[in-house]
Design a binder for this molecule. Structure first.
Ligand code: FES
Length: 140
């Protein structure tokens, strides 16, 4: 391959990656995910998953059909949102910017409220508390 051809192809590849980066930035960044097993009716999330600057963590359990988005409000207050769309029950996607449904376009904020229809009801929330090891999510 000639040097000129190589440079031209490299530039096209770089612009392509930069464009993809801009597209992804509009959607927000992927969030940290922890896989945990409930004990009884609770899930205990280690406090360490909320490293510096981390405000949102996805909690996955094989006993739940959909993930839970755990939102840190401050050191002792967390919100646990069930990532199931209230429109027709499709699993939601959460990024550091928003919670959205790829089925019909509903968007929710980090309080679980509807930002964009067709969903009309807020997301289900689970009660939470904290102890000296982390955050406890109460599944019912
Ligand atoms: S199922 Fe989510 S918007 Fe319809």
């Amino acid at each position: 391959m000639q040097r000129r051809t190589f440079l031209r192809q490299s530039c096209v590849a770089c612009f392509g990656l930069a464009g993809a980066g801009l597209l992804l930035e509009g959607c927000g960044s992927a969030l940290p995910l922890v896989k945990l097993t409930p004990v009884g009716n609770t899930i205990s999330v280690p406090a360490a998953v909320f490293a510096a600057q981390v405000m949102h963590v996805i909690v996955r359990s094989r006993t739940l059909e959909n993930d839970i988005l755990l939102v840190k409000e401050n050191d002792t207050t967390y919100k646990a949102l069930y990532l199931r769309c209230t429109h027709e029950g499709v699993g939601l996607t959460a990024t550091d910017k928003k919670i959205f449904c790829s089925a019909h376009g509903s968007i929710f904020d980090f309080n679980g409220n509807v930002v964009k229809e067709p969903a009309l009801r807020p997301l289900k929330q689970f009660k939470t508390s904290t102890d000296n090891t982390g955050i406890i999510i109460y599944l019912s």
